[in-house]
Design a protein around this ligand. Structure first.
Ligand code: NAG
Ligand code: NAG
Ligand code: NAG
Ligand code: NAG
Ligand code: NAG
Ligand code: NAG
Ligand code: NAG
Ligand code: NAG
Ligand code: NAG
Ligand code: NAG
Ligand code: NAG
Ligand code: NAG
Length: 490
């Protein structure tokens, strides 16, 4: 079923083999026999909880003295006594002569190169302060040591969003806007080895209303690009003027624009969340192995899941996601993850829900499971701290006081893993005040991939009981804004 063959997994196995027996044993205090036993414990369809670490790219509130955006290294070995804890943090360090600012970058997305040697991360809003926007780090042999900062890059666009590793040390990155926060943005090709940046698109300056956010690359190297928002409208003071985009583009392998899919926007209150103008496409992800090369994209304001493809004349609305909330349309910051065998889709929705679909028949997605961060009973026993007040509360109470928005946004489901990671923080800037609970959570899928459960053991967020244990670093104690996550298998 789920295929275990990501490039990264192969690299990890290579690095992992070198480490087994010595490094892991020393660092995590495990005996070799224990590890072998665990490796053998993978389930029938090949998914299992593999020993790993997470790199979480996070902002830090500027009220903290010497505040610095940082990478948190988290123990992701469920059999370790420090499972779910922050092992260390690696802060950015300001370097004024090189325009590197350690804070206020608004840490956004990240990626690991296909060859496993580079970690790359970006600051969505670094450009507003004329700070460098893209940070290149070395992934050490002992991945638990955390990334080592190498250098930062600036580019002539603004609002870097998603990275995609495309072989060797090369990445694509979507830039949502120009340096005025406006259209056109671009898709750039970065080579971390040579520190070079080139435009991946032909003629991007001629693209109209071009503000690319999420994107996806097909095996033939063509791209789908989702247009999200005109960023400058978030820095006005009238939320009705926020302008979301109504297009998804298809770009051929040589970087030329082939198609622009137009979506119909309606002002009817029942058909939109009512925030600003337009639909807003935050993400688009292709269906692996689909002969028609189709992809899914979801509207921020209309809450509709659409199917598009090079051979589809009009975008096809295939599912009204608002049905998980009694057809109440709310603004959503949903990112999409499609399993490598193309049969499952996981996504965050309305900054509150997680939805698991069976997409075996792409035109007829079927919901298999839904999780509600606001009112799911399993969270009743999970206390959280409200970062804005430092008061212990429950998710239920938090939601009642915060418009039902926990900030659920980034979702990472690594290939072959039975766990996936959800980050509850979207953005706190200008008119976009969606900080949510500023926490990171893990869920475990069952073998049949038909449901998933909350992993309460995983908690890098807040320590609710200081008396029984030593105090340790948490996202709360760090006053953090965790945004994006990478998974590095040991
Ligand atoms: C690791 O921990 C999990 C969850 O606690 C448990 O189900 C599993 O059996 C453990 N694996 C080994 C090899 O002990
Ligand atoms: C600033 O960056 C430059 C170039 O990478 C480096 O040579 C220099 O040592 C850095 N300065 C500090 C204070 O880190
Ligand atoms: C660039 O865009 C302009 C304006 O749309 C068009 O006339 C021109 O043919 C394009 N060039 C390429 C190489 O696509
Ligand atoms: C906000 O509104 C006020 C008064 O309506 C106006 O003077 C000001 O320029 C606006 N600020 C921005 C950033 O648009
Ligand atoms: C929606 O309504 C706003 C004002 O309420 C208007 O400016 C805009 O043109 C309308 N958009 C469409 C697509 O009807
Ligand atoms: C690309 O090709 C690989 C190997 O044939 C396959 O496993 C994968 O699913 C394909 N991806 C897409 C998006 O079709
Ligand atoms: C958009 O509107 C046009 C004209 O009303 C209609 O023909 C088309 O099917 C609509 N497209 C979608 C994706 O709803
Ligand atoms: C998923 O959908 C396919 C096609 O409709 C169906 O055959 C299969 O049984 C479904 N799987 C689950 C777990 O619902
Ligand atoms: C929050 O969600 C609950 C349960 O779905 C609902 O009853 C309540 O009206 C919602 N509140 C807001 C402000 O949307
Ligand atoms: C998940 O699915 C499995 C297999 O169908 C079932 O045994 C289990 O009870 C389900 N768990 C939940 C929480 O629904
Ligand atoms: C805190 O830990 C102590 C010792 O393990 C335990 O007795 C106590 O009940 C715990 N308190 C809470 C609120 O969990
Ligand atoms: C909450 O606690 C954090 C960490 O101790 C601290 O940095 C922050 O200032 C506190 N916030 C408030 C509102 O008290």
């Amino acid at each position: 079923m789920i295929e275990l063959k990501s490039r990264f997994v192969r690299v990890s196995i290579r690095i992992g083999l070198a480490l087994i027996g010595i490094a892991i044993v020393i660092v995590l205090g495990l005996i070799p026999l224990y590890i072998r036993k665990q490796r053998a414990s993978s389930s029938q369809n090949g998914i299992a909880a593999y020993p790993a670490v997470l790199y979480i790219w996070s902002g830090q509130d500027i009220s903290v003295s010497n505040a610095a955006d940082f990478v948190a290294v988290i123990d992701f070995n469920e059999n370790s006594s420090t499972y779910g804890q922050i092992l260390k943090i690696v802060p950015l360090v300001s370097n004024a002569s090189y325009q590197i600012g350690q804070s206020r970058n608004e840490p956004h997305h990240s990626a690991i190169s296909s060859d496993g040697t580079y970690y790359i991360s970006c600051g969505l809003l670094s450009f507003l302060l004329q700070q460098k926007q893209i940070f290149i780090w070395r992934v050490p042999q002992n991945v638990q040591d955390g990334p080592q900062f190498l250098y930062a890059l600036d580019v002539q666009y603004g609002c870097p969003d998603e990275f995609l590793a495309i072989g060797g040390a090369k990445f694509l990155v979507s830039m949502m806007c120009n340096k005025n926060g406006d259209s056109p943005g671009n898709v750039l090709l970065i080579d971390a080895e040579t520190a070079t940046v080139t435009s991946y698109l032909n003629n991007a300056s001629a693209f109209v209303d071009f503000n690319p956010h999420g994107f996806t690359r097909l095996n033939d190297s063509s791209l789908f690009l989702a247009d999200y928002i005109r960023p400058v409208t978030l820095f006005g003071n009238d939320s009705s003027k926020i302008l979301f985009r109504n297009t998804v583009r298809y770009v051929s392998a040589d970087g030329s624009l082939e198609r622009t899919f137009q979506f119909n926007f309606s002002n009817e209150s029942r058909e939109t969340s009512g925030v600003g103008q337009g639909i807003g496409f935050m993400d688009v992800k292709s269906i692996p192995n689909d002969s028609q090369k189709r992809a899914y994209s979801c509207g921020t304001n209309d809450n509709i899941l659409y199917l598009i493809g090079p051979g589809i004349t009009e975008p096809q609305p295939v599912f009204d996601l608002s049905q998980v909330n009694n057809y109440v349309k709310r603004i959503s910051a949903g990112l999409i993850s499609v399993s490598s065998d193309g049969t499952r889709l996981l996504m965050t929705f309305q900054m509150r829900f997680i939805i698991l679909f069976n997409i075996t028949q792409p035109k007829y997605p079927v919901i298999l499971d839904v999780f509600d961060f606001c009112y799911d009973e399993t969270l009743d026993s999970v206390p959280i701290l409200n970062s804005d007040t430092n008061e212990t509360t429950s998710f239920r109470e938090y939601c009642a006081n915060n418009n039902n928005i926990t900030g659920s946004h980034v979702l990472l489901h690594p290939n072959g893993e039975n766990r996936f990671i959800v980050v509850n923080y979207f953005l706190k800037a200008g008119l976009a005040q969606f900080a949510g609970t500023r926490s990171v959570h893990v869920f475990k899928l069952n073998e049949q991939l038909t449901n998933f459960t909350y992993e309460s053991r995983f908690n890098p967020n807040f320590q609710s009981n200081y008396t029984s244990q030593q105090q340790y670093l948490t996202f709360h104690s760090l006053n953090a804004y965790p945004h994006h996550v990478q998974y590095l298998r040991l």
